[in-house]
Ligand binder design. Structure first.
Ligand code: R1P
Length: 289
């Protein structure tokens, strides 16, 4: 069935609406970063650069690292942006832009996020690496989709009960990473745990400046959540959306976090750019191993 012009929006040059990309511009191995200026911090390590473009906060550079073709894309901040990036990347590989029909043969993407995050646990200090085994979506973006095949109702119910999660907030949904990609990226250097993905930086992550919170104890309840061998290790703003949409669309995804802040003991990295640079090199080398 032909997808209408209003649903699959292409620019006059044939590129996809927000990302400004054509199918030939991207590799199936993709790295997401939040900050557009972090794209170059990854691609400066490449042997060669083939292509680069930017529209709004979405900057893409494709090149080769130690023989592997990789695209690095900045997603900006938040799950709403991930909805755009994931759907448009999937369209680039799985929809024929000429006929506007879904291709018969599915192409799978490998998506690795290199992000920054705040730890919620004392034993996961600033400047460490954390690989998200799962993510718990606290922001509601994913609720627009049919999630029944990818959710983990037992963990979600335990979370709602233990945190007395307000019915007025989006229902939390837990999604796992791609085991295949996680096996490639994990080592004795990576902590693992559930990453909570909030839809904002301040109130939604329990920060108080001038506004009171719906539940002032939300963060300590999240820190103390425990179900079987699961606990919530860190808070950021993209991972659940990446895991959820990747699972639904048939792609592999794994999120790597440089821990900049420790919310449990109130510390912040003295040199955030050093841990980010180390995580970039660690991840690139693991991807080509
Ligand atoms: C907030 O400052 C931003 O930093 C974190 C959060 O997820 C959010 O996007 O990640 P990035 O550094 O990858 O953007």
């Amino acid at each position: 069935m032909k997808i209408k012009n209003s649903e699959l929006i292409l620019n006059n040059d044939g590129s996809i609406y927000h990302l400004n990309l054509k199918p030939e511009h991207i590799s199936t191995d993709i790295i997401f970063v939040g900050d557009q200026y972090r794209v170059e911090k990854v691609t400066k390590h490449f042997d060669s650069i083939e292509f680069t473009t930017q529209k709004r906060e979405f900057k893409t550079t494709t090149g080769v690292y130690k023989g592997k073709r990789i695209s690095v894309i900045s997603t900006g901040i938040g799950p709403d942006n991930i909805d755009i990036v994931l759907n448009e990347l999937d369209a680039l590989v799985n929809i024929d832009f000429e006929t506007r029909e879904i291709k018969k043969n599915h192409t799978q993407l490998n998506i690795t996020r290199i992000g920054t995050s705040g730890s919620l646990q004392d034993d996961i200090p600033v400047d460490s690496f954390l690989l998200s085994s799962h993510s718990i979506d606290l922001n509601g973006m994913l609720q627009a989709y049919d999630l029944k095949d990818i959710a983990h109702p037992d963990i979600e119910e335990a979370f709602v009960k233990q945190t007395d999660w307000s019915e007025r907030k989006a229902y939390p949904v837990v999604i796992a990473n791609s085991e295949e990609l996680a096996n490639k990226l994990s080592s004795e250097k990576t902590h693992q745990g559930i990453t909570a993905t909030a839809g904002g930086f301040y109130g939604p992550q329990g920060r108080v400046l001038r506004l009171q919170l719906q539940d002032p104890n939300q963060n300590s309840k999240i820190d103390n959540f425990s179900y079987q061998n699961h606990r919530i290790t860190n808070l950021e703003m993209e991972t659940s959306a990446i895991y959820g949409l990747s699972k639904l669309l048939g792609h592999h995804a794994c999120s790597m976090n440089a821990i900049l802040a420790n919310r449990a003991n109130g510390t912040f990295s003295e040199n955030p750019s050093v841990v980010v640079e180390k995580l970039i090199l660690y991840t690139l080398d693991k991807l080509v191993e």
